[in-house]
Design a protein around this ligand. Structure first.
Ligand code: HEM
Length: 511
């Protein structure tokens, strides 16, 4: 009797409830609001379609089919895709208060334990308190003080390039720039002196490498699906997930946190603040701007706690490592396959040094205009962050479209950077399009490698300083050249950032 009851009554009711809760109800929202979306599949929503095509191709195809504003279901989460530049101006600037935070990353939340979420994943009310205290650490003056640290790594990079040049073989520059960026990121965050480019390593470098390993879009999307369906038991799932998947990530976080706390303690005891020019020290010394100092005048907090300082330093490493490493790899590839542009850049560097013989690397990289155009065009063609994601925090109507609270907004950066509506010959590498004449009349929201508005990239100046200094240093003596194993075009993988799947193999030749 009981078996019959279970088979014919309880199981069908359970199936019906699951179908109703996880399929019928969640997937009606966009249609009710008149928002177009691709057909959904149970449980996953649109994810299978996205994974089948690849996320960038999916975005491009769906924009063609459904227009510049449409919906995706990721699990049961509602994501609005917005590729309309006027609507983006509203979202990033005029109505930014509704969109001023990012969704939790399923992978990072697994591993952080009790460390505060730095700036990237900080919810908007807490972010408003912390951001004004952090901002002065990224001023041009403070960053210039950090330039000797980068200059030191640039010298090691040149030595490494000399070895590659001598070998007459190609080398994976994605790997070499990875070591360069690891060295600078550890130096900038924690004042580390380890010379990763010369093959030195320590437990700090090992922990950072474990933490900074790339996650693919498949892992991320599956994380989002699980979070969307099971938000009520998400902590249990995250705990299980953490033991199964992210031990390396977790260990990396734990080690860096311990390292950071110890360093703060040591520095407080020795009062050595003047010798240290890294973010840890800048944040230890950071105080809320005084009354009348703009956005922070009514700040309830005067300084940062030790946990916040360490959380922020780890955040800068997470945000700055892959993005910078990828950008440098892409630009070297673009210069190698566009040799006449590389020649123009080398000439600009030579001419600068003829007129300014003793200029520092910092000044040279800051002053050479063509270098700025090359880097900007590299970031247009290969934005490391190919999609920007924000939370919608309130129900609101933007340019006639209803956005619902707790949905997410996704900005297809790669699509915007190639849209023929904004760019002439978008597939070509043309640094001159970033000259003052080239930029004239262009919509500002069609170029967003660092995002836009209040929550745009706080590390932009630091990243540009590092990339330009490294390029100036190496191009004074060397050039990038393609070889038989250079993959053209580059195959890309979409993860937290967009990175070259098989590395970037190039030869280095003497100029
Ligand atoms: C080429 C290198 C880089 C690129 C392309 C890049 C890109 C981005 C993008 C697209 C965002 C999101 C912006 C938005 O939502 O509007 C972002 C945020 C952020 N980036 Fe970067 N980034 C780079 C390097 C760095 C570096 C070196 C650091 C730290 C030293 C850094 C720290 C951050 C932080 C903390 C945020 C969150 C800001 C906030 O929410 O207030 N980034 N970045």
């Amino acid at each position: 009797m009981l078996t019959v009851l279970i088979l014919f009554l309880i199981i069908p009711i359970l199936i019906f409830l699951l179908w109703y809760r996880h399929y019928y109800i969640p997937y009606k929202v966009f249609s009710r609001l008149g928002i177009a979306h691709p057909p959904v599949e149970p449980f996953t929503g649109n994810v299978n379609g996205i994974l089948r095509q690849g996320i960038i191709e999916s975005l491009n195809n769906d924009i063609k089919k459904y227009g510049k504003v449409f919906g995706w279901y990721i699990g049961t989460d509602k994501w609005m895709i917005v590729a309309d530049t006027n609507m983006l101006r509203e979202i990033f600037i005029k109505s930014s208060d509704h969109f001023n935070q990012r969704p939790d990353s399923p992978i990072i939340s697994i591993a952080r334990d009790d460390l505060p979420p730095g700036l990237i994943f900080l919810k908007k009310d807490e972010w408003k308190v912390i951001k004004p205290i952090v901002t002065p650490s990224f001023s041009a003056k403070k960053l210039k003080l950090m330039s000797p640290l980068i200059e030191r790594s640039c010298s090691s990079l040149k030595e490494r390039f000399a070895e590659i040049c001598e070998s007459k073989k190609s080398s994976d520059l994605f790997d070499v720039f990875g070591q360069f960026t690891m060295e600078t990121v550890l130096g900038a965050a924690f004042g580390s002196q380890v010379n990763v480019l010369k093959g030195e390593g320590d437990s700090l470098t090992e922990a950072a490498a474990g933490m900074l390993a790339e996650a693919t879009i498949n892992q991320l999307l599956w994380g989002y699906i699980i979070m969307s369906h099971f938000s009520s038991i998400v902590n249990i799932l995250l705990t299980i997930g953490s033991s199964l998947y992210s031990t390396k990530l977790k260990r990396g976080f734990a080690f860096l946190a311990k390292f950071g706390f110890r360093l703060i303690k040591e520095r407080r005891q020795t009062a050595s603040s003047l010798q240290n020019k890294d973010f840890l020290q800048l944040l230890m010394d950071a105080r809320s701007p005084p009354e009348g100092g703009g956005a922070a005048s009514n700040n309830v907090k005067d300084s940062l706690s030790d946990k916040e300082i360490v959380g922020l330093c780890i955040d800068f490493m997470l945000a700055g490592y892959e993005t910078t490493k990828n950008t440098m790899s892409y630009i070297s590839y673009l210069l190698a396959i566009n040799d006449e542009k590389q020649e123009t850049l080398c000439t600009a560097i030579d001419e600068y040094y003829q007129e300014n013989e003793y200029a520092s690397l910092y000044d040279a990289s800051h002053d050479i205009q063509y270098l700025d155009w090359v880097v900007s065009e590299g970031l247009r063609m290969y934005p490391p962050v190919s999609r920007i994601v924000r939370d919608c925090c309130d129900d609101c109507v933007i340019n006639g479209v209803q956005f619902i609270k707790e949905s997410k907004v996704q900005v297809p950066v790669q699509y915007l950077h190639y849209s023929p509506e904004h760019w002439d010959r978008p597939d070509e590498f043309i640094p001159e399009r970033f000259s003052p004449e080239g930029k004239e009349g262009r919509h500002p929201l069609c170029y967003v490698p660092f995002g836009y508005g209040q929550r745009s990239c706080i590390g932009m100046r630091f990243a540009l300083m590092e990339i330009k200094m490294a390029l100036t240093a190496v191009l004074r003596d060397f050039k990038f050249e393609i070889s038989s194993d250079t993959q053209i075009p580059l195959k890309l993988t979409q993860g937290i950032t967009q990175y070259p799947t098989d590395g970037v193999y190039l030869k280095i030749i003497k100029r």
